[in-house]
Design a protein around this ligand. Structure first.
Ligand code: ZN
Length: 438
């Protein structure tokens, strides 16, 4: 027996877009029927021409709580996620204190999250020099895999690994490794400057290329799955294609800012655009879109990484000193949909990149798809409605965004988590932490 039915002329299923009625019982999708079916269900929502998408899965979010909760916290990050149509986030292991590099640190983080999350939250563990012995226990406790940096992470408590240390970590546990791929030997210290070009020159494409090569080589030798985080440099794509053709289990993600923002258009002092690796030019972005279209880049995630306005150096506009990170968990869907539609892509493409594939990356087969048996994580999305981004109307903690003032297409009207509406006034405290599926 269903307790909710949501109808739409545009339900995006794994088989494509069609008119359908999605029946929900006990938090799961029980059936996907013709549009007019399921009459008599307790709650009957007819969206008409507003699309129904599966809730997005964002596997790259920095919540920063506990320890740097003034940057971002579970309540604000997950409220922003729900408002943006994201129903599952996987939290990165660093920028919170302690970083998630031991079982005890995971316990502390889960306790910090308890009772204040509006969407499902899972956790990555971290691989740092010297913690290889902690990795099996951390994995058994439910992290989805391990993040490692090949370059400075920006925080001293999460040091980078070299190739040997990455190999040690990979050999310690049979898990997915996700790698921040910039090679420190190719990075320069940026001079203090308000010019974006000076910062960009300090982090060349070659740094990503070299680090992707390292990550692939180590994964190949260890026989592990490796995922390249937030790929910006399209010059590294052939390496990934080649390795995959040779049987290495390597995947890659990119982010809305690398696909839609242009280095040449970044004003002096606009440190809200700073992230690492950096935003590059439009020719580079074109190649990232091609890789997304042909499946070489598997998914699009936010790398939501906020901080306080003072650390973003909003006062001086110094790119060298500013914290690197862009907070976009609430805006990723309309940012990508706006650009994707202009490039001839469909809502089904966007759902594949932002829901199903990220869910598959971390083994969540019951997330990111509208199909019987999946969790009833659903999003009513009006694809043709437009809005102008007001930073102060966003739910993440510090109202800094490079998208401020931009006109975007696509508005999230309602988000359901396991059949329960979690957007707007109906958002409650619905902490439901998820662990890796066995
Ligand atoms: Zn990140």
């Amino acid at each position: 027996m269903a307790d909710l039915v949501v109808r739409s002329r545009r339900v995006v299923t794994p088989e494509g877009e069609r008119a359908a009625a999605v029946l929900v019982g006990e938090g799961r999708i029980t059936a996907v029927l013709p549009y007019g079916a399921g009459a008599g269900t307790a709650e009957d929502v007819d969206l008409g021409d507003t699309a129904l998408l599966p809730g997005l899965v964002d596997t790259h979010v920095h919540v920063n709580e506990p320890g740097r909760t003034e940057w971002e916290g579970f309540a604000t990050a997950t409220r922003a996620a729900a408002a943006g149509g994201v129903t599952t986030i996987i939290d990165m292991p660093l920028n919170s204190l302690p970083p998630t590099v031991t079982g005890e640190a995971l316990r502390i983080k889960r306790a910090a999250a308890a009772g204040q999350c509006h969407v499902d939250v899972g956790f990555w563990g971290g691989a740092i020099p010297g913690n290889a012995a902690d990795l099996p226990g951390l994995h058994a406790a439910g992290v989805f895999g391990f993040k490692a940096f090949l370059a400075d992470s920006g925080v001293p408590e999460f040091p980078p690994v070299d190739a040997d240390q990455l190999a040690t970590a990979m050999n310690a546990v049979d898990a997915l490794f996700v790698v921040h791929a910039e090679d420190p030997d190719h990075l320069r210290d940026a001079a203090s400057s308000p010019a974006y070009a000076d910062f960009l020159a300090s982090r060349p494409e070659g740094a990503e290329h070299a680090a992707v090569a390292t990550a692939i080589a180590v994964a190949r030798a260890a026989g592990r799955r490796v995922h390249i985080l937030h790929l910006s440099a399209a010059t590294a794509l052939p390496l990934i294609a080649q390795a995959r053709a040779e049987g290495v289990r390597v995947t890659a993600e990119t982010c809305p800012h690398y696909l839609t923002l242009d280095a040449a258009g970044i004003p002096d002092g606009a440190t809200e655009f700073k992230c690492c690796p950096p935003i590059r030019d439009t020719a580079n972005a074109d190649r990232l879109w091609e890789a997304l279209a042909d499946g070489l880049i598997t998914c699009v995630v936010s790398d939501h990484s906020p901080c306080t306005p003072d650390l973003k150096r909003r006062d001086t506009g110094d790119f060298a000193a500013a914290w690197g990170g862009i907070a976009s968990v609430q805006l990723g869907l309309p940012v990508i949909w706006t650009a994707a539609r202009d490039r001839g892509h469909t809502l089904a493409d966007v759902v594949r990149w932002m829901a199903r594939r990220p869910a598959d990356l971390v083994g969540l087969r019951n997330k990111g798809r509208i199909t019987p048996g999946a969790d009833a994580d659903l999003v009513a999305f009006e694809p043709d409605a437009e809005f102008v981004v007001d930073a102060h109307a966003l739910h993440h903690k510090n109202p800094v965004t490079p998208y401020a003032g931009k006109r975007l297409r696509g508005v999230v009207r309602t988000t359901w988590l396991r059949g329960r509406a979690v957007t707007g006034d109906r958002a409650g405290g619905t902490f439901l932490s998820i662990d890796e599926e066995s």
